[in-house]
Design a protein around this ligand. Structure first.
Ligand code: MN
Length: 328
């Protein structure tokens, strides 16, 4: 991994830019869109023309984020920008083909991320694998470089930090994380309101999905591994929307015997998307996912395997059980 550039170097590049195109990863989560919007809104307040891109648009559960209506779902057209910024995106291709095409005219690329596997694909890179959320890095950057922060920016950065820390439960959460939130609260952020918008707006079909998961999940390795097979047929029966699976895996992760939880999700193209979690520091799901060409964090990682789904699940679970049994 290349050496990080300083906040000052990144700040200089941002100050010198006229039109900034920013984007985060495909299938966006709270950190992807919260850090994207927190950053984009600040740059707009700083007088920049800003295009905020999300290759897969905005899922229903994050549409309440302030400024979410200004996010553009690119259609393959090139944007007139002189500087590109990638947020929360471990590899360039994770921006998505249309976002990459949209940013093709940018003279340089800033890469701000917290995935340890990020190779440093930007001209300027700031990768902090200790940061629990990119929203935290964006907050520190904006403060350090004196960029504007208003309430809508605080709300987006809180959404980013709250979701990527599992509501401040994961071991990645630090005193600094809480200090940032405390500072934002002193400046008017209503965290209870944000928590309600983030976590208490489940549509009934998501309850149906959870019911199905609880009925169908399976255990192995003395209950230390919980897994669920999630085929297209289940999606169609329930009428699942993008974003409905967000946080679903935590219901398996929360079981006392479970150290690792995994969901096998059949994509429309027949490939199987694996989402894995670990709550034991000795069990590294990023390593297991890397065996299948994926990656991520020790405690939260993913990979894509070819179908059929039962074969993919068998292969992955064998590797995961091996990783779990290493701790015996
Ligand atoms: Mn993230």
């Amino acid at each position: 991994m290349s050496e990080n550039h300083s906040f000052h170097q990144i700040g200089e590049a941002l100050r010198n830019a006229r039109r900034i195109g920013c984007a985060s990863h495909v299938r966006p989560d709270g950190d992807a869109l919260g850090s994207l919007l927190g950053f984009a809104l600040s740059m707009r307040l700083a007088g920049k023309e800003v295009v905020a891109l999300s290759n897969d648009g905005v899922p229903w559960h994050l549409a309440f984020l302030p400024g979410a209506d200004t996010i553009i779902k690119p259609d393959g057209q090139v944007c007139d920008v002189d500087l590109a910024v990638a947020l929360d995106t471990a590899t360039l291709d994770r921006l998505g083909a249309n976002s990459i095409a949209a940013l093709a005219k940018a003279g340089s690329l800033i890469n701000i991320d917290h995935h340890g596997s990020n190779p440093g694909y930007g001209h300027l890179n700031y990768i902090d694998s200790q940061a629990p959320a990119v929203g935290e890095i964006v907050y520190d950057l904006l403060i350090d470089q004196g960029f504007p922060i208003d309430l809508s920016i605080r709300e987006n950065l809180f959404a980013a930090i709250s979701t990527d820390t599992g509501s401040f439960q994961y071991s990645s959460t630090t005193a600094h994380t809480h200090e940032i939130v405390a500072a934002m609260m002193r400046d008017g952020l209503d965290t209870a309101r944000m928590a309600r918008l983030l976590y208490s707006q489940n549509p009934m079909r998501r309850v149906d999905l959870l019911r199905t998961l609880l009925n169908e999940m399976e255990f192995r390795a003395e209950g230390r591994i919980a897994s669920w097979i999630y085929p297209q047929s289940t999606k169609q029966r329930i009428g699942v929307q993008p974003g409905d699976t967000e946080g679903l895996i935590d219901n398996m992760r929360s079981i006392d015997s479970v150290v690792s939880a995994v969901i096998f999700e059949e994509q429309r193209d027949g490939n199987i998307r694996v989402s894995a979690r670990s709550k034991d520091d000795r069990v590294n799901v990023a390593n297991v996912c890397a065996q299948f060409g994926g990656g991520g964090h020790r405690a939260a990682a993913g990979a894509t395997l070819p179908g059929p789904i039962a074969t993919a699940a068998t292969l992955y679970l064998e590797a995961l059980e091996h990783e779990v049994r290493r701790t015996d």
